[in-house]
Design a protein around this ligand. Structure first.
Ligand SMILES: [Zn+2]
Length: 433
C-alpha cells in the first residue's frame, strides 16, 4: 500500500462511508485536506489531479473513541507506555482514548494530568484525554480538587479499579463534580462481597473450585450510585456493566430521569464464564465474565440504548504478572487492537447487532457520554477516520500486535474484520505490521 503518511491533500475514493449520526452507510469519496474532511461526495470515482487512495470494498468511518483505557504510564511502564498504548489504539482503529487514573503516581493532582497530556503530545499516536481520580490516591477518603484537575485538562473523574465504599464520600464527590460539570465514572463492585473472588459466583465457580463474586456485588454498588446521582442531580457513568440486574437498574433509572450513562466491554459482550474451564488467566477480569443470560441482557441493552457505548477497559499486564497461580494473577485483559474484529465477528457476524450500530457505539456515542469532540462524519470535522476491511480474516498473534503486553484470550483465534489503519488529522497510521 502507498505510504499516505505525508500526503496533505488526497481523496479516499469509492469507500463505503459510515455516518453514525444519520445511521447510514453509503458508497462515496472523501477529500482530506490540511487535516480536515473538506468534502464528502456520493460519487464512487472522482475526477481530480490530487492523489487518490482507492478504497473500494473498504469501510470508512469516524475514528473509534475509547473512554476506558489503562495506559499504565506513569509508574507501570513494563506493562504499557503512552507510546505503545496509543500505538495499540491507533492500530485498533481508535483516534482518541481516555486514560484512567490508576497510575503511579495516581492522576489525582493537576501536575500529573499535565504530565500525561505532555507525554501524550510528545509520544502519542492518537488523541489522549485524561480521567483524574475522584479521591486522593484512590483511597476513597479525601476527595480531590476537581476545579484544578479540570483546569489542567481532566475530562472526567474515576477511581476505576476500586469502588468508593464510603457513601458520604461518594455523595460529596458527586456534588462537587456536578458543580464542575464533570462526570464520575464508577467501578461498581462492592469489595466486601467480591473479597478475593476469582470469577462469577455460579455453577461454574463451584465446578472449577474458584471463589465467586455474586452478581449482587455489582448490582448493590450500581443501585447505591444511581440513588446518589438521583439525590445530587450530578452525572454518573457506570463502567463495564456485566449483569442483567445492573442493566435493569440502569434502565429504570433512565426512565425516571436520572442522569446516568453506561458502557459495556467487548469481553463482557462476547465471552462467558464457562470459558474459564482451562483456567486461562487472561480471562480473569473485574467485574468477572458472567453467564449467557447476562450477555443476552447486555446485548438487549445495547440495542435499546440502556447501555450507551462500548469501551475496552484495555488493561495490560506482562506475561510474568499473569504467569502465576490463578488467584494471584492480576485481573484485566488488553482489548484496543482486537475490539472491532471481536465484536464484528461475534455480534455483527451472528446477527446480534447491525454494523452501523456497532460503529455508533464505538464513535459518536462514547463522544456524547463524556462530551468529547469527534465521532462525526461531516465536512469541516478533523480527518480522524478509520479504514476497515469488514471481511478480512486475520488472527491476532503476539507479532502483529503493538501493545507492550499480550494478555489477550484472542491470540491464535481467527477473527473477521480487520482495521487497515487510521487517519489522524489526515495522517495515515497503518495497523498492519
Ligand atoms: Zn474498572
Amino acid at each position: 500500500m502507498i505510504d499516505w503518511k505525508d500526503r496533505k491533500e488526497f481523496w479516499v475514493a469509492g469507500a463505503r462511508i459510515a455516518d453514525p449520526v444519520t445511521g447510514r452507510i453509503r458508497t462515496g469519496s472523501v477529500l482530506i485536506r490540511k487535516g480536515l474532511i473538506e468534502e464528502i461526495t456520493w460519487q464512487k470515482q472522482v475526477k481530480t489531479d490530487l492523489p487518490v487512495l482507492e478504497a473500494g470494498g473498504l469501510l470508512l468511518a469516524p475514528g473509534f473513541i475509547d473512554i476506558h483505557t489503562h495506559l499504565r504510564e506513569p509508574g507501570f511502564e513494563d506493562k504499557e507506555t503512552i507510546e505503545t498504548g496509543t500505538a495499540a489504539a491507533a492500530a485498533g482503529g481508535y483516534t482518541a482514548i481516555v486514560c484512567m487514573a490508576n497510575t503511579d503516581p495516581v492522576i489525582d493532582d493537576p501536575t500529573v494530568v499535565e504530565h500525561v497530556l505532555k507525554r501524550a503530545a510528545d509520544s502519542g499516536n492518537c488523541r489522549v484525554y485524561v480521567i483524574a481520580a475522584v479521591t486522593k490516591g484512590l483511597e476513597g477518603v479525601d476527595i480531590c480538587e476537581y476545579h484544578h484537575l479540570k483546569e489542567a485538562g481532566a475530562v472526567a473523574l474515576s477511581d476505576d479499579g476500586k469502588y468508593i465504599t464510603n457513601s458520604q464520600v461518594m455523595r460529596s464527590a458527586l456534588e462537587y463534580a456536578g458543580m464542575q460539570g464533570l462526570v464520575i465514572i464508577s467501578h461498581c463492585e462492592d469489595p466486601y462481597l467480591t473479597n478475593e473472588s476469582q470469577m462469577n459466583e455460579s455453577y461454574w465457580s463451584t465446578k472449577l473450585g474458584l471463589k465467586g463474586a455474586h452478581a449482587a456485588s455489582e448490582e448493590i454498588a450500581v443501585a447505591r450510585d444511581i440513588r446518589l446521582a438521583e439525590l445530587t442531580g450530578s452525572m454518573l457513568h457506570i463502567a463495564h456493566v456485566s449483569t442483567a440486574g445492573a442493566v435493569d437498574l440502569i434502565k429504570k433509572a433512565k426512565k425516571r430521569g436520572v442522569v446516568v450513562t453506561a458502557e459495556a466491554t467487548p469481553h463482557h459482550l462476547t465471552l462467558d464464564e464457562s470459558m474459564l474451564e482451562d483456567y486461562d488467566r487472561n480471562l480473569k477480569v473485574n467485574p468477572p465474565l458472567r453467564g449467557k443470560k447476562d450477555i443476552a441482557a447486555l446485548l438487549a441493552a445495547l440495542r435499546d440504548g440502556t447501555i450507551d457505548c462500548i469501551a475496552t477497559d484495555h488493561a495490560p499486564h506482562t506475561a510474568i504478572d499473569k504467569q502465576v497461580e490463578f488467584d494471584l494473577a492480576p485481573p484485566g485483559m488488553i482489548g484496543l487492537e482486537t475490539s472491532f474484529a471481536q465484536l464484528n465477528t461475534e455480534l455483527v457476524g451472528k446477527g446480534e447487532l447491525e454494523l452501523i450500530d456497532l460503529i455508533r457505539l464505538m464513535t459518536s456515542r462514547p463522544a456524547d457520554v463524556l462530551g468529547l469532540p469527534g465521532g462525526k462524519m461531516a465536512e469541516g470535522e478533523p480527518a480522524d477516520l478509520v479504514l476497515i476491511d469488514p471481511n478480512e480474516r486475520w488472527t491476532p498473534e503476539r507479532e502483529n500486535l503493538r501493545s507492550k503486553s499480550f494478555n489477550s484470550p484472542l491470540l491464535g483465534k481467527e477473527l473477521t474484520g480487520r482495521v487497515q489503519g487510521v487517519f489522524l488529522e489526515g495522517k495515515w497510521f497503518s495497523s498492519i505490521i
